[in-house]
Structure formats: C-alpha cells, structure tokens
Write a protein that binds this ligand. Structure first.
Ligand SMILES: Cc1cc2nc3c(=O)[nH]c(=O)nc-3n(C[C@H](O)[C@H](O)[C@H](O)COP(=O)(O)O)c2cc1C
Length: 201
C-alpha cells in the first residue's frame, strides 16, 4: 500500500482551474487502479501555508531531536517524508511556481528530516519515491526560446532531486491562454496523457 500526497497550489476555485481538471483526472484514474492506496490531498491555500515566521529559523532549520510531528510547521516535513508518491498540481505563474508552493518547499526542506548534511555535502532523505508535476501554462514553453524562460518545473525538479526524489516527470498543458487555441482539446489531450501515466504511477 502506497501513500500519495496530492499537493495543490492554485488560488482558483474548484471547477475554474484547468490544471486541477487534469490533476483530478490523474488522481481519479490512480485511485481506480490502486483502490487500497491512501491519497492525501493537501490544498496549500486551504491549509494556509505562509512565509517562514520571524525569529524561528534556527529552530526550523535544525530542529531539536525529537521535535514532534505536531509542530505547526515541521509537521509538513514529516508528512512529506512519510509519502511514497507525490502529485503536484500548479499553474505557471510569472515564469515560475506560485509563491505559496515555494513557501511550502521552505516548510518541508528541513535538515534532519527530509535531507541532511554530510562531510561530502547535503544528501536527500526522501529516496525511493516518485513525483509527477502537473502544470497548466498560459503560453507555450515546449520549445526554445520560451523553454529557457520557464523556471517553475525546472526548479521543482531540482529541489525534489535535492531531497532525494529523482524519479520525476512532468505533464504540461501548454498555451491555455493563447487566443485562437482550442483549449478543450489541449486540456483533453493532457487529461488523456495524465490517465495513461496514472495507470503505472
Ligand atoms: C499570477 C499569474 C501569473 C501568470 N504568469 C504566467 C506566465 O508567466 N506565463 C504564462 O504563460 N502564463 C502565465 N499565467 C497564466 C497561467 O499560467 C495560465 O492561465 C494557466 O493555464 C493557469 O492554469 P489554471 O487554469 O489551472 O489556473 C499567469 C497567471 C496568473 C494568474
């Protein structure tokens, strides 16, 4: 039995987000294929994820051994570590990830929980896990020169790798705000791809 953490990062209401239409389809298909797995949804806006608070960085970056899983911020790092698989749903905002998702990364990237320092450098502690990032983009970043401007998925892939998660794939719906594009068709194709990948995720 696997534990899946479904991390949602969009300010849009349910039914409005194209990204969530694709990611919810992924999750539905995944549940169909893996009825005994546990899927935990973490909606970062509903959760009220915020910037790291003033005056607590030392405590958060090198927590005392035994600091409990009930800590209001560190609990997210423990929860992240306990998952086997991650499904991230996020729109491209200003060439990167939404700020609330970056704030969440600041919550979960904790020395001694999700990574640790060694004599030869930092080592990720979230090994043997896998992730899929599902992203909706207003423009089309699938080819150069636009591809180089896209820093959200590249950042997520890099920070997940830092935490030890190198099995990372991306499902991108491109050109969702380009006038004249057939948006239903783009979303439909992304949903088909998401369902295919969900079958063996
Ligand atoms: C705050 C904000 C910033 C955005 N920045 C970009 C951007 O840099 N590049 C882009 O192509 N689209 C940008 N968009 C458009 C979204 O990427 C696009 O609408 C995407 O499909 C949103 O997916 P959604 O329907 O799930 O919200 C931005 C949208 C918002 C609200």
């Amino acid at each position: 039995m696997s534990k899946v953490l479904y991390i949602k990062a969009n300010a849009k209401e349910k039914g409005q987000s194209r990204t969530f239409k694709i990611s919810d389809s992924f999750i539905d298909e995944y549940k169909k294929q893996n009825p005994n797995d546990v899927v935990l949804t973490l909606d970062l806006y509903k959760e009220g994820i915020d910037f790291l608070p003033i005056g607590q960085l030392a405590e958060l970056h090198a927590p005392e051994p035994g600091t409990g899983k009930n800590h209001p911020i560190l609990k997210y790092a423990f929860q992240f570590l306990e998952a086997d698989k991650y499904v991230i749903a996020e729109p491209l905002w200003n060439l990167s990830i939404p700020a609330i998702l970056k704030a969440y990364i600041d919550y979960i990237t904790v020395t001694g929980i999700t990574f640790r320092y060694t004599a030869t450098g930092p080592v990720g502690l979230c090994t043997g896990k896998k992730a899929v990032n599902i992203v909706g983009r207003g423009g089309d970043y699938s080819t150069e020169p636009a591809a180089s401007f896209e820093m959200g998925d590249r950042y997520l892939k890099t920070i997940f790798g830092f935490l030890g998660i190198t099995d990372y794939i991306t499902i991108a719906a491109e050109g969702l705000d380009v006038l004249g594009n057939d948006i239903d068709s783009i979303v439909g194709q992304a949903i088909s791809k998401a369902k295919e990948i969900a079958k063996n995720f």
